[in-house]
Design a protein around this ligand. Structure first.
Ligand code: ATP
Length: 503
């Protein structure tokens, strides 16, 4: 699996999907650039989300708020005081780690130990193996599990209490070593705020410390009244936004899964107090359906309901996707109560209330948030699509089985040879298709090589123009996944492609 992930990362680079940022200067950690293919895929993901929110819901509208906001907003939202990671340094390697991640890795290793015992026993006992019974009664498994559960409980408590000393004590008690130096020589645990800050205005006339937003949601909350009034919105209604967010992540790893500059697609749905849990359940279901509609495989998704809730939430769940490195969060759905609007009212001194004409009363609306990372979504799609196939006759190919609607290029048009008027005919076909679909013209190398190149970027259709085309206006259309080829009339192409690339 690790191996596949490495291959995926290099495939992303080789075919113009994702490049390390500032690469000629040896890169910038946890920052990435999207290339010519990546930007198309990313735009298609954003459109898929935006349309599902703003086109399909009469009561959801979009905004695009600025990245810089008044610094008090981050006081009101709790980010100045509570948006922290607990950090610890190893004195020998001088490397810095997130204390919570070190402990979580330790828990994961304990889980692995249990799974190894089960695997070993399954091999030994063969068909007669009763896995459930083994897990419940085997002394070694029970011992590992008891140790693991004890650690997990201590860890959850320490995180809940924000008890930094206890986090350090856990690292010492469980003899967690530095992955680089292999030693247990740890410093104290300190809190580290994840927000980037900068100065606005020149320092001579007094400047203001401003933050790069760590989430897009606050831009929605502070515009609640603007949108509600000017759009004559009635509760329940939602405001959607796509935009960049910034977090000074310490454990920046796993490619575009955890970045310092990333993009979010967030929707805040405003409801009557008391109705939030009903809407939470509704959005949970709606969002999972949206993911599954892409056809990457229903079994790759699961919910992870939070037991421990953030101070502002009264329900929260993650939609997790099976990445090459395990099930990981791609989207969060949170019932944020009236925490944000209430606090902005307090900190700004402006009344932020909604008059409900049906109830004949004013209140601070409650909020259900759906928040998904574009880059994590991108990674999940690429991971599910990447496929190495052995073909009949021993040949092999790498194919990206991207959902056709998201593919960067929808159709490649290729003249069989570079003469006899075939290139001109191919260009003519592209001129007719290019207003509806992203097309690519390719005349270089053998037709087989050209098909492979298109497979590698996930192009769902290749259209080949040959001498017969000049006689009867038919072409060969080749389907990416089945590699099947059909002879069709040129004027059928629009329909065949159109049918597949719409969602
Ligand atoms: P994690 O626990 O993985 O750090 P989170 O719970 O802090 O994530 P949220 O604050 O709920 O994440 O953000 C909503 C979504 O934004 C996440 O589900 C994820 O898709 C995306 N996201 C958050 N942080 C990052 C990041 N550093 N890089 C890329 N995407 C991110």
């Amino acid at each position: 699996q690790e191996d596949v992930f490495k291959k995926l990362v290099s495939h992303c680079k080789e075919y113009g999907f994702v490049f390390p940022s500032s690469e000629i200067y040896d890169g910038l950690a946890a920052v990435y650039d999207y290339g010519q293919m990546g930007v198309e895929l990313k735009n298609n993901i954003k459109k898929y989300w935006w349309d599902s929110m703003v086109l399909l819901h009469e009561n959801i509208v979009g905004i695009d708020s600025a990245i810089f906001m008044h610094p008090t907003i981050w006081k009101a939202s709790g980010h100045v005081d509570a948006f922290n990671d607990p950090l610890i340094d190893n004195k020998d390697s001088k490397k810095r780690y997130r204390a919570d991640v070190l402990i979580e890795d330790c828990i994961a290793k304990m889980d692995e130990k249990i799974e190894k015992e089960v695997e070993k026993a399954a091999k030994r006992f063969g068909d007669s193996f009763d896995e459930k019974l083994f897990r419940e009664t085997n002394p070694r498994v029970l011992e590992h599990k008891a140790k693991r559960d004890e650690l997990h409980a201590r860890y959850a408590q320490a995180m809940n209490d924000v008890d930094l000393n206890e986090l350090r004590q856990i690292i010492l008690d469980y003899e967690i070593v530095c992955p680089i130096s292999g030693t247990k020589n740890w410093t104290d645990v300190r809190q580290f705020n994840l927000m980037f800050s900068t100065e606005m205005g020149s320092t001579a006339d007094g400047s203001m410390k401003v933050y790069l937003r760590p989430e897009t949601a606050q831009g929605i909350f502070v515009n609640f009244l603007n949108v509600q009034k000017t759009g004559r919105m009635r509760i329940p209604f939602g405001i959607a936004q796509i935009g960049k967010a910034f977090r000074n992540e310490i454990v920046a790893r796993q490619f575009i899964f955890r970045m310092r500059e990333f993009e979010q697609m967030e929707m805040q749905f405003f409801v009557r107090p008391g109705e939030e849990l009903k809407w939470f359940a509704k959005w949970k279901e709606t969002r999972l359906k949206w993911h599954k509609a892409l056809g990457l495989g229903d079994q790759k998704y699961r919910f992870h309901d939070h037991e421990k809730l953030a101070h502002y939430a009264n329900a929260a769940t993650d939609i997790e996707f099976e990445m090459p490195f395990g099930f990981k969060e791609v989207e969060g759905i949170h019932s944020r109560t009236n925490f944000d609007l209430g606090n902005h009212e307090k900190f700004s001194g402006k009344k932020i209330q909604y008059f409900d004409p049906e109830l004949g009363e004013s209140y601070t609306p409650y909020v259900i948030e759906t928040s998904i990372g574009v880059d994590r979504m991108f990674l999940s799609i690429m991971a599910a699509a990447y496929c190495e196939e052995t073909l009949e006759g021993g040949d092999s190919r790498v194919v990206l089985r991207l959902p056709a609607a998201l593919a960067p290029v929808k159709v490649a048009v290729m003249p069989l040879v570079r003469k006899d008027g075939l290139p001109e005919k191919a260009r003519e076909i592209i001129d007719n298709l290019r207003f509806d679909f992203k097309c690519q013209y390719d005349e270089k190398d053998s037709i087989g090589k050209r098909y492979r190149r298109q497979d590698a970027i996930g192009t769902p259709f290749c259209v080949t123009v040959d001498h017969q085309t000049l006689e009867d206006n038919t072409v060969t259309i080749r389907f990416r996944d089945s590699m099947e080829q059909q002879r069709v009339a040129i004027d059928q192409l629009q329909n065949i492609i159109g049918e597949q690339v719409s969602l």
